[in-house]
Design a protein around this ligand. Sequence first.
Ligand code: HEM
Length: 222
Amino acid sequence: MPETQHNNGATPVWDIPVRFFHWTLVLLIAFSWLSGEMGWMEWHLYSGYAVLALVLFRVIWGFVGSTHARFSSFIYGPGAVIAYIRTLPSRTAAKFAGHNPLGGISVVLILLCVLVQAGTGLFSNDDILTEGPLYKHVTKELSDWLTTIHKYNFNLLLALIGVHISAVLFYLFYKSENLIKPMFTGCKHLPAGTAPATMRSALLAVILLAVCAAGVWALIRI
Ligand code: HEM
């Protein structure tokens, strides 16, 4: 249903599932990095399974979730992206209830990159002790190739995260708009007359996340 309730004059935009997804993903990617570097491979694999379940959930939520969680709400055409880029030098932030057109592109790229990272990890090997759960289904050559992608793609992911955090800081310091707080509170101060968002049930999200976790659990056992 459309969410019209205002919280201190702020309008709900990010539902609980999107916020949970975001901050859990941040923690899991940091932990995956740490565990990979430290050689805590058992934990690295568990962390990868959790990332996979989380991102699969976010892709489904991008079709059935609340208004601003949906891909259809933040994938813009080239004209809108170019028009948005022209507004970047202005010190006044163009107001978007959800992701702006460039932010939308970065969300899709980050999700794809994380999927490639977790997906290739399933088939990877380190030539010593550790093999991904699906290693046994591919040749050693293919596993080595996917392991190489797993290593290089992580650098791409770090670059995307670097651009993402720089964009958020650019908004904070150059445009004087704090986008970080709404990723915690879920609410933004928007111009009067902004169409209210339709918020979907968090229980539906819990069920979908459980289904994604079960799917990953089944996948690593085939
Ligand atoms: C591992 C690091 C990170 C990853 C992989 C990541 C990924 C993402 C993704 C996928 C989204 C889209 C959320 C959705 O629609 O579900 C997003 C949005 C967002 N992230 Fe991050 N993020 C990271 C770190 C951070 C950090 C450290 C901050 C704060 C300084 C941050 C602030 C934000 C904000 C403010 C948004 C919403 C942007 C908007 O208003 O359009 N992120 N992030």
